[in-house]
Design a protein around this ligand. Structure first.
Ligand code: ZN
Length: 464
């Protein structure tokens, strides 16, 4: 049995340690008051060993308050999705001392479906990782991309503190050629009257920028986003009711919609939320260009910077909520300008990049397993790519059997390979999940170091 030294903590007369048993399993060692824990056995010294079950996670969280997620508010933060449930110790190391607050548990309904994990498991895995790493600062738990009312209950029941509402299904496409008359016909007379009273002719001054609504721009924004805002407000009320007055982080994301969000449309969304008393912690517009998974920003950086500056100005108009960047990993050219324009009020959301770092370790340590995962990912790519923003062309990749083992880790620096591996995580975990987890546990320190290095770079570059 070996102890994880960073985990050791004495609290109210009882000592808690995370240990690794000879079997390779991890367990909780409680020395002192052990009532309320499900035991596995006793140590010669009289300590109680407990398996890492959901019940024991709950019992430990009740004793050690910092193992519970908390709302982070309008302070710089990074979402650190972890599809394998093993990344939190590395994530904690990446943010340590940076001032950027971590969201250690973050998974969408789609990711849960693909990884076969429940919201509770995701939260428990993060909490065990928090315990292992000795992290005692605040951390968040993001129920990501919630689309429907029925998606919420399991996240609410397990104690999530950050709710990302994605009303994308209610965003209406508006064609540039659509006339004001055609747009008016898409709203009810009552809606029209209310909108005109609230916005027509109003202008907003934001730093050096002035935005105003004329009849046509108001119609465009209202038709495109009106229903989506209503839907988001409904889900917000559902969360409010369920949490009974407890604070929570609320993000609205329209990043996965077809057309970029203009700053004026963002203003419309923010003003509509504000008018209904909805307090946003962050908002994710759809930016210009492409934020694809696992690779650099694709598009015109000068245009993006100008676009971001305007979006950031809109956030300040409503009290300074955070601008949220989804598919935010690996966009190193973007963080500096984004942090500058938002004056540090930035939330960066990452997930798949931690899975890719896991595969980097596997490529180094278990080349045979890596080859099987890569081959499977190539097979899955044509079908899996449909639900992600990716543009990899697998035909540009070298044939796997032409590569020596020593060249395999290099594939993790190849944009096409990164995307192929990224989108196939569901299939890879379904078939090779147990081997993958075993390989990472075997090389736990190396995995934590890889995450600390890669995500640490993100955190450093998003500093103002
Ligand atoms: Zn997103």
């Amino acid at each position: 049995m070996i102890a994880y030294p960073a985990s050791i903590v004495a609290h109210e007369g009882t000592r808690y340690t995370l240990v690794r048993l000879a079997s390779g399993e991890k367990a909780l060692l409680v020395e002192g008051r052990a009532g309320g824990f499900e035991p596995l056995g006793q140590t010669p010294g009289g300590g109680v060993l407990c398996p890492l079950t959901a019940a024991n996670a709950a019992a430990l969280r009740a004793r050690l308050p910092w193992l519970n997620p908390a709302p982070l508010g309008r302070r710089a933060s990074i979402g650190l999705g972890d599809r394998l449930g093993l990344a939190t110790p590395g994530h904690a190391r990446a943010v340590q001392g940076s001032g950027t607050l971590p969201v250690f548990a973050q998974q969408s309904v789609r990711e849960n479906a693909r990884t076969g994990r429940t919201p509770q498991q995701v939260l428990d895995d993060a909490a065990w990782g928090v315990f292992q790493s000795g992290w005692q600062g605040p951390w968040g738990a993001d129920a990501d991309h919630l689309k429907r009312a029925e998606d919420l209950p399991p996240f609410l029941a397990s104690g999530y503190t950050f709710f990302t509402i994605d009303p994308g299904e209610h965003v209406q496409a508006v064609e540039p050629a659509e006339t004001p008359d055609a747009l008016r016909a898409r709203l009810s007379p009552a809606e029209l009257a209310e909108l005109r009273a609230a916005y027509r002719g109003r202008s907003y001054s934001l730093d050096s920028l002035t935005l105003s609504f004329d009849e046509e721009s108001l119609l465009r924004a209202a038709v495109k986003y009106g229903r989506a805002v209503e839907h988001a407000v409904r889900l917000y009320r559902q969360i409010e009711r369920s949490l009974g007055g407890k604070a929570f982080d609320f993000e609205l994301s329209v990043d996965e919609t077809g057309q970029p969000t203009s700053p004026l449309e963002h203003l419309f969304i923010a003003a509509e939320l504000d008018r209904r008393g909805v307090r946003c912690t962050s908002l994710a517009p759809r930016f210009v260009g492409a934020f694809e998974k696992g690779v650099e920003y694709i598009g015109d950086l000068v245009e993006l910077e100008d676009h971001m500056a305007r979006h950031a100005a809109v956030t300040r108009l409503f009290g300074g909520y955070k601008l949220s960047l989804h598919s935010g990993s690996d966009k190193f050219t973007v963080y500096g300008p984004a942090a500058g324009h938002t004056r540090g009020l930035l939330h960066l959301k990452t997930a798949g990049t931690s899975y890719l770092e896991a595969l980097r370790v596997v490529a180094r340590r278990e080349p045979g397993l890596f080859r099987r995962i890569f081959t499977l990912s190539l097979e899955c790519y044509p079908s899996e790519r449909a639900s992600y923003h990716v543009s990899a062309r697998p035909e540009r990749l070298p044939p796997l059997d032409m590569l020596f083992d020593v060249a395999l880790p290099g594939l993790l620096d190849h944009p096409d390979a990164r995307q192929v591996l990224h989108v196939a995580y569901g299939a890879a975990l379904a078939r090779h999940g147990a081997e993958l987890r075993a390989a990472l546990l075997q090389n736990e320190e190396e995995y934590a170091a890889a995450l600390a290095e890669h995500l640490g770079r993100h955190v450093r570059e998003m500093r103002v």
